[in-house]
Design a protein. Sequence first.
Length: 245
Amino acid sequence: MNKLITLFICLIFNVSPTVFACERTLSVASHDAFWPPYVLGINGELQGAEVDALNIIFAGSPFCFKVELLPNSKRAFVELKHGRIDLGWAASYTDNRAKYVHFSESYRTEVMRLYENKNNQHNVDSLEDIFKQGLTVGANFGSYYGEEFEQYKTTYKKQIEYTSAVSKRFEMLNKQRIDFAIEDELASAYFIKRSSNLAPVKNIKFINKDAIHLMLSKDTVSVEELEVINKHIKNNQTALKALFE
């Protein structure tokens, strides 16, 4: 992405209300401008629960933020790793990620569930059943779905269809181009309401349930700055819990 395009996106999607009243503006990576209820591009402005969460966390802090749109979450992590982006939201902790980024205190919980098309149902009780039966799963580039899924990413990689947008995954599921999709429970609710064909797989409670953190580049964010952000997360737990319930 050239510098002019990046600047244009930053100006369009500058979402921090205190951009002129802070000591430092952190760049934030978003891989999707349509990820309800977390991120929504409306009238040239990014809104949604993740944006609201940062406004809550950074209120009264030395920080404000601007959001930059990137092609997918895998690319977002690369930019964080090399210090070209300061902050990534909605992240599960992994040891590999922690080599390159600081993880903040958790600010919400994420439940990843498995979804199917009612007109294309299969008898499965686990991820293992899905892959051994030769069925396909839609997933997001760079997302973490738990240790079990990580094991299957290599051995059954031809059965995983990666896309960067949740809307694309549910479109593929609706058109029966894939057999299942794995997605965040709250995000899925939006798409299920708009299609009578889609539903969660009832006999698999969830694929992964994780505490969710901010990721901050070790190249651009100091441990002292991380401590300030963690303090604000802890002090705003009540408001953050209400936001994501």
